[in-house]
Design a protein around this ligand. Structure first.
Ligand SMILES: [Zn+2]
Length: 178
């Protein structure tokens, strides 16, 4: 019979580690008609912006509309480029334009939607990781949280009440101020 050696290092890991789970809350609506009027209007502005996107390569037009605390809405859309990395997502076009024109004004809500030349986008479009990080930057600069409305051309709409729901364990200025 062989005896197995006990690995004490591993054993102590097991004794001291904790399994932790994360709970993410968001609201789901069957369609945009169920949204509050203010959110429905913001989404319609994002849709209009998507129509003006410069997306000759992907032919996937994304629109974003940002509602600021001064009640101004700034829109953006994806801007592509033959040199691919030079392009920019709709969300960041809108957020950077908002910050450039209205510096320091908190972002209350951002609505995001998309349409495609080749299929019907019937599911909520999530923002890419880089855009989530940029949303986190402006949210943590302000006094409150930023809501995010995600939608396709039709179908379900999701609402997140804060950026940490989309970007848990986010890196922010707080991490640099210890
Ligand atoms: Zn993005």
């Amino acid at each position: 019979m062989k005896r197995k050696a006990i690995n004490f290092e591993r054993l102590s890991d097991l004794l001291y580690m904790k399994n932790v789970s994360l709970n993410i809350n968001y609201q789901e609506f069957d369609n945009e008609q169920e949204l509050a009027e203010e959110d429905r209007i913001l989404l319609s502005m994002a849709r209009a912006a998507a129509g003006n996107a410069y997306a000759p390569y992907s032919r996937f037009w994304v629109g974003a509309a940002v509602r600021l605390a001064n009640e101004v809405v700034v829109t953006g859309n994806n801007q592509e480029n033959a040199a691919y990395p030079s392009g920019m997502c709709a969300e960041r076009v809108a957020l950077y334009a908002a910050s450039a024109r209205y510096p320091g004004i908190p972002v209350l809500t951002i609505a995001i939607t998309a349409k495609s030349a080749s299929f019907k986008v019937d599911y909520p479009i999530p923002p890419c990781g880089a855009c989530r990080q940029v949303m986190a930057e402006y949210e943590t600069s302000g006094p409150g949280s930023t809501r995010v409305i995600l939608s396709g051309e039709k179908g379900k709409v999701l609402i997140f009440n804060e950026i940490s729901s989309l970007l848990p364990f986010m890196f922010s200025k707080k991490e640099m101020n210890h």
